[in-house]
Design a protein around this ligand. Structure first.
Ligand code: PGA
Length: 253
């Protein structure tokens, strides 16, 4: 069994004071966590995360990066800049970016490539809309989204983290059932296996209204390797409870 990975996606929330108290509460509660744990903040706070979390049990990351390397792209943040702040992860292709910023599968794939080139693990989000699901297109959509990334990153496919986030479950309080989530995770697992001989390194997270009440059941599914947590990651007690739901894996596995 792989060690689970629990990632908080703070989205466009937080501030210097709120972040400091949330991080202090997380660090106080995270000793000997059974899972790998990280939080992803907005770019202006990465320096704060680096200062407060360096050497701790909590990793940090960003929520997006540019598809470009450097240059005249006003407002963009490059993967190299994220590396300056020692980001371990960067979320790419979150459905809010696909939806509100028109990000295509190819653009998301370029972002994943840029992150890998800087030694940062991209957390590649995939997920179907309610209309897709109702039309029976879930598998087709998530495979298409992941396939663009696999194609772009080539032999680095085993270095990505995938997050399955059904769009209809994000921030809605409506979670995929453990069986629904497991079914899609199994599809993504098969796709990753076909892409790389080292796919045992890939972790596939579930995201979409995961909370303290439903996490244990979701995390018990064989192909759910962790969670990408939005709303519940802003409350220390809830986020810590989710991390504590993860089974302990013997060291070195
Ligand atoms: P949620 O968000 O947990 O608030 O549904 C998850 C995400 O968007 O990553």
């Amino acid at each position: 069994m792989t060690k689970k990975l629990i990632v908080g996606n703070w989205k466009m929330n937080g501030g210097l004071a709120d972040n400091a108290s949330l991080l202090a509460a997380l660090l106080a509660g995270l000793h000997d966590s059974p899972a790998d744990v990280a939080v992803c903040a907005s770019a202006p706070y990465l320096a704060q995360l680096q200062a407060l979390l360096r050497g701790s049990a909590l990793d940090w990351g960003a929520q997006d990066c540019s598809a470009h390397e450097a240059g005249a792209y006003t407002g963009e943040v490059s993967a190299a800049m994220l590396r300056d702040f020692a980001c371990r992860y960067v979320i790419v292709g979150h459905s809010e970016r696909r939806q509100y910023h028109g990000e295509s599968d190819d653009l998301v794939a370029q972002k994943a490539q840029r992150a890998l080139a800087q030694g940062i693990t991209p957390i590649v989000c995939v997920g179907e809309t309610l209309a897709d699901r109702e039309a029976g297109r879930t598998e087709f959509v998530v495979k298409r989204q992941l396939s663009a990334v696999i194609h772009a990153v080539g032999h680095c496919a085993s270095e990505i983290v995938v997050a399955y986030e059904p769009v209809w479950a994000i921030g809605t309080g409506r979670t995929a059932s453990p069986e629904q989530a497991q079914a899609v995770h199994a599809v993504l697992r098969a796709q990753l296996r076909a892409a790389s001989a080292h796919s045992s390194r890939n972790r596939i997270l579930y995201g979409g209204s995961m909370n303290a009440d439903n996490a244990a059941e979701l995390l018990a599914q064989p192909d759910i390797d962790g969670g990408l947590i939005g709303g519940a990651s802003l409350k220390a007690a809830d986020f810590l409870h989710i991390t504590a739901c993860c089974p302990r894996v013997a060291a070195g596995i």
